[in-house]
Ligand binder design. Structure first.
Ligand code: PHE
Length: 348
């Protein structure tokens, strides 16, 4: 029994096999346990002598088990350490870093430039009611300008209010002027200066139009702001944004129902070898619409047009992003192609 048991202990290759060897000897039905069970049937002096020998055998086997257990756990630990070893000299794998989408980046740039001029950032809902998107802005229900903007009409709200996906960021002009805190600030002699970057929607799709696009609206209201302020503000903005100090701008008379007078603004540019260069040149690119806020709009928004005046403008963020960063196809903004985003994206 001794040599069989000790051989089994030595032969155990892992902790599981060692436990099996222990059970075979010292378990309920084990060989040594079996010997102990025979003690009861022996004469007293035989029992004493035989008992002592069985106990010694048991002790020997237990010692062998302990020793084997110790060496097996040591080598298991060693194996684990070896397999889990970290080579600290390996170069680190580059972490996949996110980056800002060029649209978000350009919104931030626009926000920073107007922020320096004292404008704050405002917003409004993408799903807009017909009144804020059109009527408040001096575009009554049967006005032909409603056909100018290819509107996505939505089912009316439960109370019958006709709803649209906003066709421009201009409804936020109305929402802001109607705000009670804003009206109080104006009544106290203060002024209103906001920009509204956001999503806009029109039924249109080709290389330079997508059904969802982005605009940034600007609105200034106080008692004295005039067309000269509009010009100065937009000249400063365009030169800062395109980073061209002597960038020429052209203010062209235009028409919007919600401004009077209205002007569209072009920036100077030139084409060389099929590549666009922003700056003094022989061509013009239209980049925004603007004008003095129409008195009807001021009145529709609960302010007295005899007291308050100001200017507004709106420009396509996607468009100025394309121009500044030389992006040829507008649709690429919305393809979510990681290679493209890595190329044009900006790390945060
Ligand atoms: N909302 C106009 C557009 O989408 C732009 C604009 C805004 C024009 C504000 C004048 C004043 O075309």
């Amino acid at each position: 029994i001794r040599s069989e048991a000790l051989d089994a202990v030595q032969a155990a290759a892992d902790l599981g096999a060692l436990e099996a060897a222990r059970v075979a000897v010292l378990g309920k039905k084990g060989s040594v346990t079996g010997l102990m069970k025979t003690l009861g049937g022996l004469a007293p002096e035989q029992r004493k002598e035989f008992g002592a020998r069985v106990n010694q055998l048991k002790g020997e086997i237990e010692a062998a088990l302990d020793a084997r257990k110790g060496s097996l756990s040591a080598s298991a630990l060693e194996a684990r350490l070896a397999s889990e070893k970290i080579d600290v000299t390996l170069p680190a794998r580059p972490a996949a870093e996110g980056s800002l989408h060029p649209i978000g980046q350009v919104m931030d740039e626009v926000g920073a430039i107007f922020g320096e001029m004292g404008f704050t950032w405002a917003d409004g809902p993408d799903i807009e009611d017909d009144w804020h998107n059109f009527t408040a802005l001096n575009i009554p229900p049967d006005h032909p300008a409603r056909q100018m903007q290819d509107t996505f009409y939505l089912p009316p709200r439960a109370d019958g209010t006709p709803m649209v996906l906003r066709t421009h960021t201009s409804p936020v002009q109305a929402r802001t002027m109607l705000n009670k805190d804003v009206q109080k600030r104006l009544a106290d002699g203060g002024s209103l200066r906001i920009i509204v970057p956001g999503r806009t929607f029109r039924i249109d799709s080709d290389a330079t139009h997508t059904p969802m696009f982005h605009q940034v609206e600007g609105l200034v209201i106080d008692r004295t702001t005039h067309m000269g302020h509009l010009k100065g503000c937009l000249v400063d903005f365009c030169r800062a944004f395109f980073e061209v100090d002597d960038l020429p701008l052209r203010f062209r008379p235009s028409y919007f129902p919600f401004t009077e007078p209205s002007a569209e603004v072009d920036i100077g540019c030139s084409w060389k070898d099929g590549e666009l260069k922003i700056g003094a040149g022989d061509s013009w690119l239209e980049i925004l619409g603007s004008g003095m806020v129409h008195p009807n709009v001021i009145a529709n928004c609960g302010l007295d047009p005899a007291v308050y005046q100001g200017f507004a403008f709106g420009m396509g963020i996607d468009r100025i992003a394309m121009l500044k960063y030389g992006i040829p196809d507008l649709r690429a903004f919305f393809d979510a192609d990681l290679r493209w985003l890595r190329h044009y994206g900006f790390s945060a």
